[in-house]
Design a protein around this ligand. Sequence first.
Ligand code: TYD
Length: 209
Amino acid sequence: MRKGYFITLEGPDGAGKTTQLARLLAAAAEAGVPVVTTREPGGTAVGDAVRGILLDPQYGEIVPLTEALLYAASRAQLVQEVIKPALTAGKLVLCDRFIDSSLAYQVYGGGLDFDFVWRTNLAAVDGCLPDKTFVLNIEPQVGLARRGAAAADRMEQKPLAFHQRVQQGFLQLAERFPERLTVVEADRPADEVFAEIWRQAAPHVAALR
Ligand code: TYD
């Protein structure tokens, strides 16, 4: 039986998910709560191999359907190997991207059919939807610029219009799933962003002690 709590962080590239995930991890550990952190695509040996295909610029244009299925494949492995066992053990699970990235990037960005990607991913997650999802909202120009000199991966190299559709997609998802998704404005100091996330997450985290 599932008894942990599952939080995902989402948003356009450069929104600061990785920073916020590290802060959540530190706060949960300080509260004495058992926590597992992971990320997508990847998080398992199989998933990391799939991530290598998805993000390597040498593959250029991967057709959206292939992309969607590869992300879903990585996700299915992560759920069975890492997320479900941790939730069953009563842990807090923090994941950097999950199902909503496939909806924002492959549906709103890539133009695939919403219901197809949703159904494929419902199968991939095997009933394991997040309890809470924080969407870190940022203009793609700002997010991509935050990446600075770091080499852009295959997804980041997509045109600005793609990333704008992704950002709008996340906001539409928040309207579609208002119980699960919360939008947090991310173009401000990391401390402020974290305070808003923690205000909402803390009671659920404390309940796992
Ligand atoms: P990202 O979190 O940006 O990795 P990093 O911070 O290490 O660069 O994720 C990699 C990219 O994959 C990102 O551009 C979003 C994209 N992505 C999808 O298109 N669909 C998905 O389902 C997932 C999980 C990620």
